[in-house]
Design a protein around this ligand. Structure first.
Ligand SMILES: C[S@@+](CC[C@H](N)C(=O)[O-])C[C@H]1O[C@@H](n2cnc3c(N)ncnc32)[C@H](O)[C@@H]1O
Length: 275
């Protein structure tokens, strides 16, 4: 690591890092605090959903550097994400106030912002994460799900193939990155029906094949409407799926009362021991 001879504490112009979320929809989701981090930065790095969103960000700051060109077909995404961290940290180490702008929430399914913040703090720099409106938030609003009603599990879709996970089909199941499910290599931008069939095989242990699957894409531009498609689980492998879509399985079974625990609560209540 090539740091200056001064420690960050001694450096007259200390670098800092803020990773902020831009939200999902251009123009309407940016919080005043995120905007202020962007405007006060010396340099802004951007990993956004859309070239138009990037142009909009450029109107807020004269030095916006896109992180998108570091992606390449056949190149490991992990290599790209490490490069992003290094790009941001190089400027932080040079004493700059750096702002990393990420679509949605910078801490949700986003490796680089967390890693950059950890790295900056480990080197003694101030680093902060500013939350944003994520795809999850939009999904609750657009699809009409309250996670408090039946509960809600979230998984990166590949984790259901790589690991043995326990699905609770009495709540909602939200699957992220289904468009590239099963990509061991981290080099692909999409995977095909064969991988999604494996996902259906796993899910069919907890859901009937005719169970409803919701394919959701939230609006990223103000002129767009959210796209919500409903198909049967068995049709998921052949469905046309873009990388930015999220898949939801509504509950398949009713909540099962825990009679033993209810009896214990009743006893506590009778004994006046609940409060
Ligand atoms: C790398 S994650 C980034 C998530 C982002 N940080 C956030 O806060 O929403 C990419 C995944 O987010 C979800 N996603 C991204 N854009 C979306 C959109 N417009 N509508 C619905 N889900 C989206 C998809 O599951 C996609 O595979």
């Amino acid at each position: 690591m090539n740091t200056t001879s001064l420690s960050p504490q001694d450096n007259p112009r200390r670098g800092s890092l803020a990773c902020v979320g831009l939200g999902m929809t251009l123009g309407s989701h940016l919080t005043p605090l995120a905007r202020s981090h962007i405007e006060q930065a010396d340099v802004v790095f951007a990993a956004l959903s859309d070239g138009i969103v990037e142009l909009w960000l450029k109107r807020m700051h004269p030095d916006v550097r896109s992180l998108q060109p570091y992606y390449a077909e056949g190149k490991s995404r992990m290599k790209t994400y490490r490069e992003w961290v290094e790009l941001m940290m190089t400027e932080v180490r040079a004493g700059k106030r750096v702002c990393g702008v990420f679509y949605g929430h910078p801490g949700i399914f986003a490796w680089s912002p967390r890693n950059a913040i950890e790295t900056a703090r480990a080197e003694g720099f101030d680093a902060h994460m500013e939350p944003g409106i994520s795809a999850e938030d939009c999904l609750y609003a657009d699809v009409g799900i309250d996670p408090g009603r039946f509960g809600c599990q979230h998984f990166e879709a590949s984790q259901l193939l790589f690991y043995e996970r326990r699905i609770d089909n009495t709540g909602y199941l939200v699957l992220w990155q289904v468009g590239l499910v099963g990509d061991w290599s981290l080099t692909r931008f999409r995977t095909g029906p064969a991988c999604r069939q494996l996902l259906v095989d796993v899910l069919s242990q907890d859901y009937p094949l005719d169970h409803e699957v919701i394919i959701y894409r939230g609006a990223t531009l103000p002129i767009e409407q959210p796209r919500i498609r409903r198909i049967a689980l068995r049709d998921l492998p052949e469905a046309v799926l873009t990388p930015e879509e999220t898949v939801v399985l509504p509950p398949a079974s009713p909540l099962k009362p825990n009679l033993a625990m209810r009896a214990q609560l009743e006893e506590l209540d009778k004994a006046g021991a609940i409060v």
